[in-house]
Design a protein. Structure first.
Length: 449
C-alpha cells in the first residue's frame, strides 16, 4: 500500500467524543480534512507535499507574503495534477481572510517564529484546529495566551514536532515503556546542528553560497539569523525536549519544576562569515546568541534533563539523546545501548540498531512503507498523519496544547535565565495542576497517533 492510498483504505477507529482542554466535547468525524496553509516557504512546502499525497486531505487555500513562495507552491500543486487553490497575500494580515472561510477545518502554520503566536490565536478563535511549527511564541506570556485561547475555544493546538516520531526515538520510547532501561533518572537531548549555511546564503539559493542574511537573502536566512543577533538562549529546544517529555510522562503524572541556562561566548557565526568573505560587515556583528547553550531542568519525580543548543559551530548533525536508567543506557551520539545482564558483554556497548529493531515501535512497524519518501527520514509523514487523524476524528491532538507550550517555553525561559545571571527559574505549569492525574496518550499503539 502506497502513501496515497493509505488513508483511503484506513478505517476511522472511533468517532466518539473527545474532551478538549476546556472540557468541551467535540462530536462527529469526517472523511476528509479541509486544510489552509499559512506560510508556504520551504517548511510549508514540505507540509503541502504531504497533503497532496493524501485522499483524506483537501488543500483549500494557501497564504504567504512572498510571491516567490506562492509561485513555487502554485506550480507544484499543478504539477501534481491538483486543481488550483485560493491564494491570500498582500501583507502580514492576509491570513485573516483565509481564516474567515467556513470550508477550512484546520490550518498548518509554517511562518517565521514571530508570527506563530498571533496567527495561532486567530486561528483558534476562528474555530480551526492548529498545527504549528516551532516555536509557539517569543515570550512566556505568548505561551500562556495560547493555552488560555485553546481552553476558551476548545480548539486543539499541536506543535508539529517531528522528532517525537523519529524511528529510533520511538523505539527508545517503546523500550522505556517496557521498563528495559529500568527507572529513568537522567535524560539528555537538544539541537546540535551546523546551521551556518541556513543562516547565511547568497540570495540565489536557500542554503549557503554566501554570507547574506535579511532582505538580501532567501528562506530562513531572511528572518532566523536576526534571532541569533538579538537573543541569547536556547532558540530551538523542542527537538530535544519533545521526545524526552514522553519518556518520563511530563504533564502526565510528572512535570518540569525549575530550570537554569548557561551560554558560551559567541564566535562561530562571525568566524564563518570571515572565512568566506574576509572583511565583510557581517563578520563584525555582535551575535548575542552563544555558540553553545546548555539548560538543566528538574522534574517533579526526581529526574534531571540536560538540553544543548549548538548550531553555530562545524559539527555533524546530532540531537544528542541519552537515557540513563537503573538497568541501562542509550546514547544517540555513538548509536549504542547497554542493558545490564542483557548486553552481549559486560561493560561493553551493543549497537543500538539491534535493540531498536527488536523494540521497533508499533507505529513504525505498521506504517513504515507509507512514510517512505517523506521528509526527515519519514518522520514528517508521522507527525502530519497524527495531526490529520486527530482532526478527522475530532479528537485531541497527541501533542496537546500543554505539551506544546511546555517544550516551546524553554526558549524564552532560557533567555531570561541567562539575562538574569544564570538564575534558576520556576517552570510554568500550563496544565493548572491537571498533570497530576492526566494520562499520557502519545503513540500508545499503532492507531496512527
Amino acid at each position: 500500500m502506497d502513501r496515497r492510498t493509505f488513508v483511503k483504505n484506513s478505517a476511522i477507529t472511533t468517532a466518539g467524543l473527545a474532551i478538549l482542554p476546556s472540557g468541551t466535547l467535540f462530536a462527529g468525524a469526517t472523511d476528509k480534512v479541509r486544510l489552509g496553509y499559512i506560510g508556504v516557504g520551504a517548511r510549508g512546502m514540505s507540509h503541502i507535499s504531504e497533503g497532496l499525497l493524501r485522499d483524506d486531505v483537501e488543500i483549500v487555500a494557501i497564504c504567504d507574503t512572498q510571491e516567490s513562495s506562492l509561485k513555487i507552491c502554485r506550480e507544484y500543486i499543478a504539477k501534481k495534477g491538483h486543481p488550483a487553490v485560493k491564494e491570500y497575500t498582500g501583507g502580514i494580515d492576509a491570513y485573516k481572510k483565509l481564516l474567515e472561510r467556513k470550508d477550512i477545518d484546520a490550518v498548518i502554520i509554517a511562518t517565521p517564529w514571530q508570527f506563530h503566536h498571533p496567527q495561532a490565536i486567530d486561528a483558534m478563535l476562528a474555530g480551526k484546529y492548529v498545527g504549528c511549527e516551532v516555536i509557539a511564541g517569543l515570550t512566556i506570556e505568548d505561551h500562556w495566551d495560547i493555552v488560555r485561547t485553546s481552553e476558551k475555544t476548545a480548539m486543539p493546538y499541536m506543535t508539529l514536532e517531528n522528532v517525537c516520531y523519529r524511528r529510533d526515538v520511538m523505539a527508545a520510547l517503546n523500550m522505556a515503556r517496557q521498563n528495559v532501561f529500568g527507572e529513568i533518572v537522567h535524560l539528555e537531548g537538544g539541537y546540535e546542528h551546523n546551521l551556518r549555511n541556513v543562516l547565511f546564503n547568497n540570495g540565489k539559493s536557500y542554503y549557503g553560497g554566501g554570507v547574506e542574511y535579511g532582505p538580501k537573502a532567501l528562506s530562513e536566512a531572511q528572518w532566523r539569523t536576526q534571532f541569533n543577533i538579538d537573543r541569547d538562549g536556547d532558540l530551538y529546544p523542542t527537538h530535544g525536549a519533545g521526545p524526552l517529555m514522553n519518556y518520563i510522562d511530563i504533564n502526565h503524572g510528572n512535570r518540569f519544576t525549575n530550570m537554569v541556562s548557561f551560554s558560551s561566548k559567541a564566535r562561530g557565526l562571525a568566524a564563518y562569515v570571515q572565512e568566506l568573505a574576509p572583511g565583510n560587515a557581517n563578520a563584525k556583528i555582535n551575535y548575542k546568541n552563544g555558540d553553545v547553550t546548555t539548560t538543566m531542568i528538574n522534574c517533579a519525580n526526581g529526574e534531571t534533563i540536560l538540553l544543548t543548543h549548538d548550531t553555530h559551530l562545524p559539527r555533524p548533525y546530532s540531537l544528542g539523546f541519552r537515557i540513563d536508567g537503573t538497568k541501562g543506557t542509550w546514547m544517540d551520539v555513538n548509536q549504542s545501548v547497554y542493558i545490564e545482564h542483557q548486553s552481549k558483554k559486560d561493560d561493553e556497548w551493543d549497537p543500538a540498531k539491534e535493540w531498536f529493531e527488536k523494540y521497533d515501535h508499533p507505529l513504525w512497524k505498521k506504517y513504515a512503507k507509507e512514510a517512505e519518501g517523506a521528509g526527515h527520514g519519514g518522520m514528517d509523514w508521522f507527525v502530519f498523519n497524527a495531526f490529520i487523524q486527530a482532526v478527522k476524528q475530532k479528537k485531541q491532538t497527541p501533542i496537546d496544547v500543554y505539551d506544546s507550550m511546555t517544550m516551546s517555553v524553554i526558549a524564552p525561559l532560557s533567555t531570561q535565565s541567562i539575562k538574569e545571571g544564570n538564575k534558576t527559574l520556576e517552570f510554568p505549569d500550563f496544565t493548572g495542576g491537571k498533570w497530576k492525574t492526566s494520562k499520557n496518550n502519545f503513540a500508545l499503539n499503532d492507531s496512527g497517533f
